[in-house]
Design a protein around this ligand. Structure first.
Ligand SMILES: Cc1cc2nc3c(=O)[nH]c(=O)nc-3n(C[C@H](O)[C@H](O)[C@H](O)COP(=O)(O)O)c2cc1C
Length: 248
């Protein structure tokens, strides 16, 4: 008899209804207040040193480090633990060249025609333009793809939840991992990025999310001297409830 997935004992029905996870103890070490503070300060100081870099060296970077950055990214929380991301790592010079040429073609069009005056004004202080030579020079390009849905063994769709939020969090951890190991990257979005799906042969349900060139900074690398918002500007503490705030 053909498998009827609506029957409660059918193998496909069983496959579609996952068992609850077994629960295991979770007891991370409880640190003293002093160590907590010291670790938090150290981590903040390290992350505050991170910068987006647009001048790379061609020095090689071992694949093992890129693997570790991707593993770290993949520890991110995700909607219903679907982990809706694929990180595609490229070191092949021919593919990097293809990516550079396609990215520059899109960026030329963006800078010449697609960009609003407001956007152009916002970018002016950063001094960026359509030229992306580092995409060819850098030892690795890692492209994060968002999976709009998953695919099961029978080719059926698996629903994903909060895809952009989840992939954004994974990318944040990827950036933090790259920075922590002493390498640099750029959060790059040469949009529209459909060319990456084609060049990298990704399936139709995956969309390019962010392109990360990863490597060492060039010896003469420079970054814009920008300031970050203060704690006051980015946070609110025990704010009055909505009505009270409106009446103030
Ligand atoms: C979603 C996103 C897209 C970005 N796209 C680009 C890009 O296409 N090209 C670029 O040069 N920088 C890009 N950036 C980098 C920002 O310009 C940079 O993060 C910002 O100026 C702050 O600098 P910092 O990363 O050194 O702190 C992007 C950043 C984000 C978060």
């Amino acid at each position: 008899m053909p498998d009827d997935p609506t029957r409660p004992d059918s193998p496909r029905s069983l496959a579609r209804e996952p068992e609850p996870y077994p629960f295991v103890p979770y007891r991370p070490e409880r640190l003293s207040p002093e160590r907590m503070r010291a670790r938090a300060e150290e981590f903040y100081a390290r992350m505050d040193q991170r910068r987006s870099v647009r001048h790379f060296s061609a020095d090689p970077v071992p694949r093992a480090l890129i693997e570790l950055a991707i593993r770290t990214a993949s520890t991110a929380p995700s909607g219903a633990h679907r982990q809706p991301w694929t990180f595609v790592a490229v070191s092949d010079p021919g593919i990097k060249r293809e990516i550079r040429l396609a990215a520059e073609a899109e960026e030329r069009e963006t800078y010449a025609r697609r960009m609003s005056d407001e956007w152009r004004e916002a970018l002016r202080p950063l001094g960026t333009d359509a030229s992306k030579p580092y995409l060819e020079l850098v030892p690795w390009i890692v492209v994060a793809f968002e999976q709009r849905h998953g695919v099961d063994d029978d080719g059926g769709k698996i629903k994903h939840f909060y895809v952009k939020e989840s992939v954004g969090l994974a990318c944040g951890l990827f950036i933090a991992a790259v920075h922590t190991m002493g390498l640099v990257t750029l959060t790059h979005t040469p949009s529209p990025m459909g060319f990456l799906t084609k060049i990298l042969g990704r399936p139709e349900h995956e969309r390019p999310f962010i392109l990360f060139p990863v490597g060492y900074p060039a010896a003469d690398a420079r970054v814009p001297d920008l300031q970050r918002k203060s704690l006051d500007e980015v946070s609110a503490w025990d704010p009055p409830r909505g009505d009270a705030a409106r009446d103030r």
